[in-house]
Design a protein around this ligand. Structure first.
Ligand code: AMP
Length: 134
């Protein structure tokens, strides 16, 4: 896509801090890192998010992300990380070219956790039944 910033990064038309590359994926440092070593993994070919991400690339995505995460973890000297995608505006997606966040986590890093709210078995059972039927 012509006006997509991550397509431009994928085509190396604009600068980025690339740390790893495979046939179909690129990994580069997030310019507003949540923690040291925060990296984005993108498919080189444009898609919006997980909804239209080609399943045929799933294995390469996982292999590439694991390899990339290992390099990051060795560098920033930790063992844990979040691997996530914001899928759509309400989830916090700001760039509409699919990207998977690798966010290294450190003991007491104070990065906010998602709040947990208790539910009841009755509500969970009803919801599970509804979802299964779709
Ligand atoms: P999201 O909220 O999931 O859409 O995340 C978009 C991410 O892209 C944010 O963490 C931004 O800091 C990051 N970002 C935006 N533009 C650039 C860029 N040119 N290079 C690297 N990271 C970027």
């Amino acid at each position: 896509m012509n006006d997509c910033i991550f397509c431009k990064i994928a085509k190396k038309e604009i600068p980025s801090f690339i740390i790893n590359e495979s046939k179909n994926f690129l990994a580069f440092l997030d310019i507003n890192p949540r923690t040291k070593g925060h990296v984005l993994v993108i498919p080189k070919k444009h898609c919006t998010n997980l909804t239209d991400f080609p399943s045929s690339l799933a294995k390469e995505l996982i292999d590439f992300s694991k390899e990339t995460a290992n390099k990051i973890l060795k560098t920033v000297k930790t063992t844990d990380f979040n691997f996530s995608i914001n899928n759509g505006k309400f989830s916090g997606q700001e760039v509409f070219h699919a990207h998977f966040h690798i966010i290294p986590r450190f003991k007491d890093d104070k990065l906010a956790q998602w709040p947990k709210s208790p539910s009841s078995n009755e509500l969970l059972k009803k919801l599970a039944e509804e979802i299964k039927q779709k």
